[in-house]
Design a protein around this ligand. Structure first.
Ligand code: EPZ
Length: 423
């Protein structure tokens, strides 16, 4: 098992290329199963979650070719015969649950493991299941598996999500485009990953109204055709590096290959800290202020402040002059990073779904433990400005969602090494 050893404090200066998005690629990969010919996705990142999903697809009999060098992934559904997603794989990555919508939508039956627990909070899939039942599917739960089947054509109906859910919107789209005469999803997620999936399905021949809005109406078609599509740049990776560029007073980063239009209110919120944020096409330049101003945030569904950036924001706020609050309205207890930052000397405490932060507190090196993807990258950001040598343990969490993290940070002056934790 690997760890990072990070020497700090180090300013970050230079250029970082943004990778393809994990959360946008996964639904596209599931959608490929719906086609009657191969689909090719470009700009797919080399991440553990992508490899896991490649194996989930291969278990069904799909042919999956991943050219890591060019980031090109081709999925051929021609030989699919095993309509299952096993627990061994689904427990590694929740998004494998998209197989329920894809297999049910294409073949009218599916056996998919329930995702199981997560590092933070209950993350139920009740909306996915209730939505499919509303559409007309038969769904049973048996020994930790969802057993589903449908008629060839379903009436459909209207299903209102509460709360709005990215995953449920994706699964209901996958299940309905070939099945439901007319199915409307109300309070649908508007995240860019959902919009890209809708565009991909439309390019495959699907009929979807209301793309980009919170009301999506699907009318089934008989067949869908494989396509070639560009995956989106990773907007959460982009936000993470923008925060990294604002945390040390001498830092200045340029991010290339980004899509600023997918960042919602985030750039403006970052400017409120005093950071310079310059956007020029797909290039974003961030220059840290001499003194960071405290800015409190509340996470929201898109285009509000993304929950996947709240840990990184809280970390930056430990270096701001003054008090701030970070409230997560999407996940009520996504704060497993707080005790680790306190180990580095941060002054912060959690009350219900809000973390209260007092800054500026000089951080000092210590050993800290990763718990989940975004929590662990916040520990890397903290270690970059902490005095001394910090060990960030269990970084396999990071490898799930950040491509070449240590190479990218080293390239801009970060002093970060990957070592075998047990050596
Ligand atoms: C997606 O997860 C992302 N994952 C998450 O990013 C992200 O945090 C989340 O959306 C919110 O933006 C991927 O795209 C693979 P939700 P998802 O369904 O789809 C509740 C990362 O770091 N809910 O929108 O699982 C749920 O508990 C990951 O890359 C139900 O109650 O999130 C939460 O409170 C972590 N019942 C809220 O809805 C359901 O059936 C939003 O969850 C489904 C969800």
């Amino acid at each position: 098992m690997d760890k990072f050893v990070i020497e700090g404090p180090t300013p970050l200066q230079g250029t970082i290329p943004i990778s393809g998005s994990k959360n946008a690629a996964l639904p596209l990969m599931a959608a490929a199963l719906l086609g009657n010919s191969p689909t090719t996705i470009h700009n797919v990142p080399k991440l553990r979650d992508i490899y896991t999903f490649n194996n989930v697809l291969r278990v069904t009999g799909a042919r999956v070719d991943f050219d890591e060098e060019s980031g090109t992934l081709t999925i051929d559904p021609a030989n699919i015969s095993f309509l299952e997603a096993p627990y061994e794989l689904v427990r590694k990555m929740r998004a494998s649950f998209y197989m329920l919508g894809a297999l049910l939508g294409k073949y009218g039956e599916a056996k998919v493991s329930l995702p199981g627990g997560c590092a933070w909070g209950p993350r139920p899939v009740d909306l996915h299941i209730e939505g499919m039942k509303t559409m007309g599917a038969n769904i049973e739960l048996e020994q930790g598996y969802v057993i589903a089947n449908t008629e060839k054509v379903l009436d459909g109906g209207i299903y209102e999500l509460d709360p709005s859910s990215v995953g449920a919107t994706i699964n209901l789209l996958l299940a309905s485009v070939l099945r439901a005469s007319e199915f409307t999803i109300k309070n649908a997620a508007k995240e860019p990953d959902v919009v890209l999936l809708c565009k991909a399905l439309s390019n495959m021949g699907a009929e979807i109204d209301g793309i980009g809005t919170d009301t999506l109406t699907v009318r089934r078609v008989d067949t869908l055709t494989g396509i070639e599509i560009d995956n989106a740049p990773d907007r959460i990776e982009t936000g993470t590096f923008m925060i990294a560029g604002a945390m040390h007073p001498k830092s200045e980063l340029t991010l290339t290959g980004a899509d600023p239009s997918e960042l919602g209110a985030f750039p403006e919120t970052l400017r409120k800290t005093g950071a310079e944020v310059e956007i020029n096409g797909s290039t974003i330049r961030v220059k840290a202020p001499d003194t960071l101003k405290p800015v409190s945030i509340k996470t929201r569904t898109y285009p509000g402040f993304p929950t996947d950036l709240q840990a990184q924001w809280s970390t930056m706020m430990t270096q701001a002059e003054g008090d701030s609050k970070v409230t997560d309205t999407i996940y009520y207890d996504r704060f497993s990073y707080v005790p680790e930052l306190v180990r580095l000397g941060a002054d912060m405490n959690v009350e219900k779904n809000t973390v209260h932060i007092s800054g500026k507190t000089p951080l000092k090196s210590a050993s800290v433990m990763s718990t989940d993807l975004r929590a662990s990258v916040s520990l890397v950001l903290a270690a970059m400005v902490a005095e001394g040598s910090t060990d960030v343990l269990r970084i396999y969490h990071l490898d799930r969602g950040y491509e070449d993290l240590e190479e990218k940070l080293s390239r801009v002056g970060g002093n970060i090494k990957r070592l075998d934790q047990d050596a």
